[in-house]
Design a protein around this ligand. Structure first.
Ligand code: ATR
Length: 405
């Protein structure tokens, strides 16, 4: 038996934010990031719609990108004090992910962060509040997924919280919110989305339901991401749907080691002055992981199917895999994303010398490799790497060399 879980309602299309008017309840907490939702006027609109629906509202603002355990605990305290019956999380993946974790702590105040990280081990929620997610970036799809990523800065590790309990009740996928994204954010979140769809399609937990969503998302992202990056707002709107479909696929089919590696490298060099932004990490690692996974016969065939749907040509599965890798690398070029960590600048753009020095990378490599193997996303990858293989793979991601093992 397999399970396929999504939010009960997904409202989509321009202007769908207005659906907030129809929520039923008394008290809503609104969780946002650092100010983009205020600047775009979306926060005011949400507050007005909720007021019209008779809600008393309370704002939790300033949730940082890559939210910390501390931010989660502080937000949960505000919820415990205010006692909302709805949690409205609005913005990029960060405030929505943080709000999901706050929700767990709000419903179970004795739950520790360690408890939350037990994969598919969250107790039953919705005894105190329901959850509505409204994404403003086109990538994480956390509005429809069973996941939340929280960073433990003491350890320099991003932990996925995974359980269908935290799949939101309502998602509002209004492309108006994504239209204010700057170029770099559009690029990174878009490559996150295509990584979700490709990893879901080759995951060992794939099924007919997730395949359909993953393939359609891949086709849509192929058609729209670069144009969206270059300012075509029609394509930007379509990307908002595409990333959501990819999310529906991976929330149920799970992911693979591109994500394991992105989670475990993302904050590992924070002391060098930057993070490897999640979407950019995925974009750099995805072609390498495809080369690695393609040694598995089933995965190779599935990459071939993806290449066929993308109309990339090729007469054999080997050729199709090569063409897929080439295509994704070209997308990175078009989106101004580097190919290797050694060329990843502090600002996330290609640089002659990246912000992660070679000696620091090599010093931390064994620990990062072990952590990546232990990541919750590794189990569903089509090929299970040994620690040695994971180290070699990460080296290919650092130096941008082909994977031939
Ligand atoms: P992701 O979806 O990649 O997880 P994030 O970490 O939530 O994104 O947000 C990354 C950055 O994008 C943040 O600086 C965020 O600004 P706020 O914290 O002020 O909200 C910004 N951002 C998110 N959505 C945006 C939008 N639609 N327009 C402009 N900036 C946006």
């Amino acid at each position: 038996m397999a399970r396929f879980t999504l939010p009960r309602d997904v409202y989509h299309g321009k202007g769908s934010l207005e659906q907030l008017k129809n929520l039923k309840g008394k008290k809503a907490v609104i969780c946002v990031g650092g100010g983009s939702m205020k600047r775009g006027g979306f926060l005011q609109r949400a507050e007005d719609y909720l007021k019209e629906a008779g809600f008393e509202t309370k704002l939790i603002e300033g949730i940082e990108a890559d939210p910390s355990v501390e931010t989660v605990m502080k937000g949960a305290d505000v919820m415990l004090d205010f006692q909302p019956d709805w949690i409205i999380a609005m913005g990029g993946g960060s405030p929505i992910d943080a709000a999901k974790a706050m929700w767990i702590k709000y419903e179970y105040p004795d739950c520790t962060f360690e408890d939350m990280c037990k994969v598919f081990g969250i107790p039953e929620l919705r005894k105190k509040a329901h959850f509505c997610a409204i994404p403003s970036t086109s990538g994480t799809a956390t509005e429809v997924t069973a996941f939340s990523i929280i960073t433990d800065y003491q350890k320099g590790i991003k932990y996925p919280i995974a359980d269908f309990e935290i799949t939101p009740d309502i998602a509002i996928v209004d492309p108006d919110l994504a239209e204010t994204m700057p170029q770099k954010l559009t690029a990174h979140t878009g490559m996150d989305a295509i990584t979700h769809a490709i990893e879901a399609y080759v995951s060992t937990a794939n099924c007919d339901y997730t395949d359909a969503l993953a393939i359609h998302a891949i086709e849509m992202i192929q058609d729209n991401l670069v144009k969206s990056y270059n300012g075509d707002m029609g394509c930007r709107d379509l990307m908002h749907n595409a990333q959501c479909l990819a999310g529906m696929a991976f929330s149920n089919a799970l992911l693979g080691i591109v994500h394991s590696m992105a989670h475990k490298t993302g904050a590992a060099f924070a002391d060098q002055g930057a993070h490897i932004i999640h979407g950019a990490a995925n974009a750099m690692y995805l072609p390498k992981v495809i080369q690695f996974n393609a040694k598995d016969a089933t995965a190779k065939k599935r990459y071939g199917v993806i290449a066929d749907y993308m109309k990339l040509g090729g007469n054999s599965d080997d050729e199709k895999v090569d063409l897929l890798v080439k295509y994704l690398r070209k997308m990175n070029d078009d989106l101004n994303i580097p190919h290797g960590i050694n060329k990843y600048g502090k600002d996330g753009l290609p640089a002659d010398t990246g912000f992660v020095p070679e000696n620091i990378f090599l010093e931390r490599l064994p620990e990062i490799a072990v952590n990546a193997i232990g990541d919750a996303c590794t189990g569903s990858n089509p090929r299970q790497p040994s620690p040695e293989e994971m180290e070699k793979l990460l080296k290919c991601c650092y130096y941008d060399t082909d994977v031939d093992f």
